[in-house]
Write a protein that binds this ligand. Sequence first.
Ligand code: ADP
Ligand code: MG
Length: 351
Amino acid sequence: MKQLPPDTVRLLSSSQVITSVLNVVKELMENSLDAGASSIDIKLENYGFDRIEVRDNGHGIKAADAPVMAVRHFTSKICSHDDLERLETYGFRGEALGSICAVAEVSVITKTAEDDISTQYTLNFTGGVVSQKPSHFGQGTTVSVLKLFKNLPVRRQYYSSTKKCKEELKKVQDLLMAYAVIKPDLRLTLVHNKVVVWQKAKVADHRSALIATLGFGTVSNLVACHHHQEQPEIVLEGFFPKAGADYSSTSSSNPDRTFIFINSRPVHHKELMKLLRQRYAAQYPDDSARNRYPTLMLKITVSPSSVDVNLTPDKTQVLLQDKEAVLTAVEAFLVSLYGYRPSVESQVEKQ
Ligand code: ADP
Ligand code: MG
């Protein structure tokens, strides 16, 4: 038996963390949000496989931190495992930038409020800085990722069909919509091959953010919800389809407009999704909506110490310590909105 060379270990683990264009965009955007950005511009070339660029107006990276910014397990967000109990940032593992460096060519332009000018850093396979030069950008950080998966031909081939690329672009847009909904004061643009695919201006509140994302017609069929309970402390906020609204305007045949957030993180949560679909469908007497996904925003806020977000590399799945209490609170709200009809529930398709 032999130990694998370090470069092979790095490529193997990085390619598990960075699996798609979507994944890169998500990691870079979350870094921008963690840096306090109120404006993020995302540019893709050739669906992201030639270039992904994420530019923000956040606090930037200090010159002293630059040499380690993409070295794996270096992070400015937590100091120890205990800090996860108080986690308020999207990132914490110090894994993304370093992993992207192992599967693409990466450069970072950054400027803090204290810097006179911005600096462009070129990074290598291991996340080290190989060169730096002055540049002319304003405050914030721009990360450029070129030739994604250049050393993973099977993965590049997998994404090579136009159909697959278009699906990925749609997923990127869906992801941006989720952040647009949860961060009303964020300005966002998505440009592909120099064409604006989607954009959202800064707005005042979640309702305006939903209108900017889904359109006024859809949002006029949604009703605001707010529920606050103590012990365990759970805050539910959101917008749900009005009871009896025409289901073709308040639901979709796929889950891309069912926005679920736990502590501001967009998540996939099977049980919550099932509950939302069941209760939504139960209000339609002819069972016609049973295969539909309701258009809604559900924002769940619980104590950071009662959530485990370190379950999957993309952090879209979370474990809730008080899962039953959360499900009960959501269910009580849905029953009060849509009534209770047990006969429909078993018919909602299993996910
Ligand atoms: P993590 O987000 O888990 O800390 P990353 O590898 O994504 O790990 O980023 C490493 C570090 O680089 C971050 O902790 C942060 O200090 C810095 N950084 C990355 N992107 C940005 C950005 N857009 N703005 C400011 N700092 C950034
Ligand atoms: Mg990060």
